[in-house]
Design a protein around this ligand. Structure first.
Ligand code: AGP
Length: 611
């Protein structure tokens, strides 16, 4: 997704905006640009390629204490100099940077061209620059904020935008339609970005724009209106993470840093939320549910990608321990089926970024039909966090790498707390609750014990990184973990692979196995172990090279596998927190061995804010 960053205040704007854009690089992009106002003149610097290319083209930057910047992830139009943002109108009255897609851009462009307008780019954003400028040139708008509001009323689609005008050099106008925009408030300076991580180190006081809001921003503050020109009061929130949390801290890549941070992240997710005496969980964010927890006849968890796999673990926990029928659904698929929303169904939206468009639109659909939606997110104040009825923040700290790792284990931890709470409000006896609390409290040490095998997993990754195909197999609570391991490997090492249930092998996938086919097998000492051993025998008989995650004392697995990553003793409900770690490391080291772009894999973005 595109990144946007703006600054207006007492300091030179270029370095601040460029640093902010660098913090947003993880979102993936192919070109960049910055626009400034200096001595009432609008100036724009653009460059295809990474920010370093823009730096080289403009080593002195552009002067001015007001600027807007953009990293572009091409949607409309190729990766060309003309298509870089900011886009300006022919009269160079305004400059616009945009994150989102304007669905009716072509229709508006044709109408403007019939009136004689000329366009330089293939983008939808340039249409917006024309619309805003015309509102000012033709006297319909008396201010930039009014011109932006009027222009936005004419478009359909999504738009997180920042706008500058040489007519109002002390103002930046920001607007949010679908694509997130957040303001950072400080003394005599204001920052604007597409996500809070670009503001870290400048301020901890932030304001999230809501959908269909337009903000008129100066160095001294801001004013917000909606598209009907009604004033909107906004709450200033505090973001949690500190500058050092988004620094690499000596790691080669954010992904490895975030894999290593998992024990600390799990402890942060648990902090203040376990009650050993009563053997239950304390989740203040779910108090809205109150006694309705007794009434829920079903729990539907939904998300995308890694968050969908966390939902899969949540489904298992809800059914196995809370004895509540549960389902895990891809957010887009759930919405596409015209969902049947019933009052006794609790929905749980899971999203690290809290901005994934498919999840957001599904939760809006469910709420519009009267459904109750809880959220499991990592970003305080994110759209999903604010639009769900209640929820649990996972407090994993900023996750920068596109490949989600610590968010997965923290989401699973939060879902474990939720399942424990529901289970203890139903049939789970206190002593079993206390065992589970003990298991959760030990989880971070057990994950540490898994990280110790980093070097052996690195060697395995280097041995198998040239494989044409890798299979991941698990059953029960380990089936979503197998899927997550496959997603990690495919998304950063670009190796074709599948995450399968062991039960599925004989229904087809076994045909893929030939001599030395690498297969990761997740075989914790739980109720699935015996059948998984059966799967290993089938695989071994066909020549597979089995890499297993199992108990060290499991001699049968040791006999069948090329290699076993030993599991420390753990509570069965916590096994995904441990078994996923070798798979994350395997994907990471395979990608390093293949020279991939670890934190910004091709074609992907950290937060998919378009459907
Ligand atoms: C996971 O490694 C991917 N980056 C991707 O599948 C991600 O999990 C998905 O886009 C959902 O993101 P979210 O958790 O922020 O909603």
């Amino acid at each position: 997704m595109c990144g946007i960053m703006g600054y207006i205040g007492k300091r030179e704007a270029w370095p601040i905006v460029m640093t902010g854009l660098k913090r947003l690089e993880y979102r993936g992009y192919d070109s960049a640009g910055v626009g400034t106002i200096y001595k009432n003149r609008l100036r724009v610097a653009k460059q295809v390629g990474h920010l370093s290319a823009l730096d080289r083209s403009y080593p002195e930057g552009l002067p001015g204490n007001v600027a807007i910047g953009h990293t572009r992830w091409a949607t409309h139009g190729g990766i060309t100099q003309e298509n870089c943002h900011p886009h300006v109108d022919p009269g160079r009255l305004v400059a616009v940077v945009h994150n989102g897609i304007i669905d009716n851009a072509e229709e508006i462009k044709e109408a403007l061209q019939k009136e004689g307008a000329s366009f330089r780019s293939e983008t939808d954003t340039e249409v917006l620059a024309h619309l805003i400028a015309r509102e000012l040139e033709e006297g319909r708008a008396s201010s930039l904020v009014e011109a932006v509001r009027a222009a936005l009323l004419r478009i359909h689609g999504t738009a997180g935008i920042l706008v500058l005008s040489r007519l109002e050099p002390e103002v930046i106008v920001a607007a949010r339609i679908g694509s997130p925009v957040v303001l950072g408030i400080s003394d005599e300076e204001t920052f604007i970005a597409s996500d809070p991580s670009a503001l870290v180190g400048h301020t901890t006081r932030i304001v999230f724009l809501d959908d269909s809001e337009v903000a008129e921003i100066t160095a001294r503050g801001f004013r917000t209106i909606d598209l009907q020109n009604r004033l909107r009061e906004k709450r200033v929130e505090q973001i949690e993470f500190a500058p050092d949390e988004i620094a690499l801290q000596g790691y080669r890549h954010y992904m490895l840093k975030e894999i290593a941070e998992q024990p600390a992240a799990i402890d942060r997710t648990l902090r203040g939320r376990t009650d050993m005496t009563s053997g239950t969980a304390r989740l203040g964010g779910l108090k809205e549910l109150g006694r309705r927890i007794f009434d829920f006849g079903r729990i539907t968890l939904f998300g995308c990608g890694t968050s969908l796999h966390a939902a899969g673990v949540g489904q298992f926990l809800m059914e196995r321990y809370a004895r509540i029928p549960a389902g895990a659904e891809d957010a887009a698929e759930l919405r596409s089926r015209n969902p049947i929303v019933s009052q006794d169904n609790l929905y749980v939206a899971i999203s690290q970024s809290g901005e994934t468009a498919d999840v957001l639109s599904t939760l809006r659909e469910i709420k519009m039909r009267g459904g109750m939606v809880a959220g499991i997110t990592n970003m305080v104040g994110s759209s999903i966090a604010r639009e769900t009825d209640c929820g649990v923040y996972i407090h994993a700290g900023p996750e920068i790498s596109v490949a989600s790792t610590k968010a997965f284990t923290s989401q699973v931890t939060a879902l474990s707390l939720m399942a424990l709470l529901f289970a203890r409000m139903r049939d789970l006896p206190a002593h079993e609750g206390r065992e589970w609390v003990g298991g959760l409290n030990d989880a971070s040490n057990e994950v540490h014990a898994m990280l110790v095998h980093r070097d052996r997993i690195k060697a395995l990754a280097e041995e198998y990184c040239r494989s044409q195909y890798v299979m991941f197999v698990g059953r029960g609570i380990s089936y979503p973990v197998a899927r997550e391991g496959a997603l990690k490997l495919k998304e950063i090492a670009y190796i074709p692979c599948d995450g399968l249930s062991g039960a599925d092998m004989k229904h087809g996938p076994l045909s893929l196995i030939e001599q030395d086919s690498p297969v990761w097998a997740i075989v914790p000492p739980d109720e699935t172990r015996e059948r998984m051993v059966g799967n290993l025998q089938e695989l071994k008989a066909r020549g597979a090279a089995i890499l297993a995650v199992a108990a060290p004392e499991d001699e049968e697995v040791a006999r069948l596998a090329q290699f076993v990553i030993p599991l420390p003793p753990h509570h069965p409900a916590c096994s995904p927190l441990l078994t996923v770690v070798p798979l994350q490391l395997f994907a990471y080291y395979a990608a390093v061995a293949l020279g991939r772009n670890i934190d910004k894999p091709r074609n992907l973005a950290k937060s998919v804010t378009v459907e």
